[in-house]
Design a binder for this molecule. Structure first.
Ligand code: ACO
Length: 325
């Protein structure tokens, strides 16, 4: 059976920088608290007129250009996001429209911060089974649109961005494993309470600020540390690799303390762990593909290098993948 590979990557982060010092003027916080508790120094905020599909196409255009694949050959677009342009239609359809791609499969995948790895696993399966030849897999988020800028517990954490990869068939297998899981019983630790079918928008929900992300950070932190470790180990075991084989770990960037705990657990030195949380914060589903594309751009990945992707997010969801570059 033929294999699947990543042909190219791309990313976009907005120009506007929001620093910890800027946040000190908005809520009762400090650069010192944010830096020591999270590792974040600044994050990027999208232009008001840009929606998630606009961020996504800026990343996608770069990946398409790099791939050398004519866009007409892309027959699958998956956008991992929980901040789509509209609840209906899917933002992937708008990405297709803006790129001039139509009549192919396009859909969003909602798995919060694990959204990109989940989307990779779906695209991988569709290419493997012949349902797709070339897939554009995106993680794109405009978290600034669902962030409560009066809530210091969450507003210091998030940023906007988009990253993507183009996948296609290959003679050799480059995806060595996927390991994905979820547990919906944790839903109220990290969620947007209103705006869905359970609590449709009313004057009351808007007044009570229920359309913004709520998170019980400390409880989420504890589950994140253990699940990131567990899913990373699971993906490594399935791939038949050990820590020494890993060239680069690309973890979800929610908190530098979670990333360091993962590195300790895996017995991988921090030099082998890609970190950009200081510059862009937590961009949910966009985090892993932005980091992957930045690592690619920096030339950190050479042919046959082993890369471990790991993520954890709302749901809760968690996901890991081992890729041979
Ligand atoms: N500035 C100053 N003080 C603050 C701030 C802030 N921005 N935010 C909270 N505090 C205070 C709290 O009120 C609390 O004060 P108290 O002790 O007087 O009650 C104190 O700081 C400690 O709060 P904790 O929530 O216990 O702080 P913690 O060390 O856990 O850090 C954080 C909070 C950064 C949110 C951390 O818990 C975390 O990273 N959680 C995991 C995030 C995650 O992995 N999310 C999943 C992915 S995101 C997604 O899917 C969209």
């Amino acid at each position: 059976m033929k294999g699947v590979k990543i042909i190219s990557t791309g990313y976009y982060i907005p120009e506007k920088i929001l620093t910890n010092q800027d946040l000190e003027k908005m809520v009762d916080t400090s650069d010192e608290w944010i830096t020591t508790r999270t590792g974040i120094k600044e994050r990027r905020i999208a232009d008001e007129k840009d929606a998630v599909s606009d961020l996504a196409i800026k990343a996608a255009r770069k990946a398409i250009e790099k791939s050398g694949i004519p866009k007409e050959k892309i027959d699958l677009i998956i956008n991992g996001t929980f901040t789509p342009d509209y609840p209906l239609p899917a933002s992937a359809c708008l990405v297709g429209e803006k790129l001039g791609i139509k009549n192919v499969q396009m859909f969003d995948l909602s798995a919060a911060c694990s959204g990109f790895i989940y989307s990779l696993s779906v695209a991988y399966s569709m290419i493997k089974t012949g349902l797709s030849n070339y897939a554009l897999v995106i993680g794109s988020e405009k978290l600034s649109a669902v962030t409560d800028w009066q809530d210091r517990n969450t507003c210091v954490l998030f940023g906007d961005g988009a990253g993507c990869a183009i996948l296609g068939a290959s003679h050799e297998e480059h995806f060595l494993s996927f390991s994905c899981g979820a547990d919906g019983s944790y839903r109220e630790l990290l969620y947007i309470p209103a705006g869905g079918s359970l609590n449709p928008a009313t004057e009351e929900t808007v007044k009570n600020r229920l359309h913004f992300v709520k998170m019980e950070g400390n409880k989420t932190f504890k589950v994140a540390v253990s699940k990131m470790a567990e899913v990373a180990r699971g993906a490594m075991k399935k791939a038949g690799i050990s820590s020494e084989d890993i060239k680069l770990v690309i973890p979800h960037q929610a908190n530098i303390r979670i990333i360091e705990a993962l590195a300790r657990f895996l017995n991988v030195p921090m030099e082998k762990v890609f970190v950009n949380i200081d510059k862009i914060g937590n961009c949910s589903a966009a985090t892993v593909p932005v980091a992957l594309a930045q690592a690619d751009e920096k030339g950190l990945l050479k042919k046959d290098d082993i890369v471990l992707l790991v993520a954890f997010g709302g749901g809760f969801t968690w996901a890991g993948a081992v890729i041979k570059w």
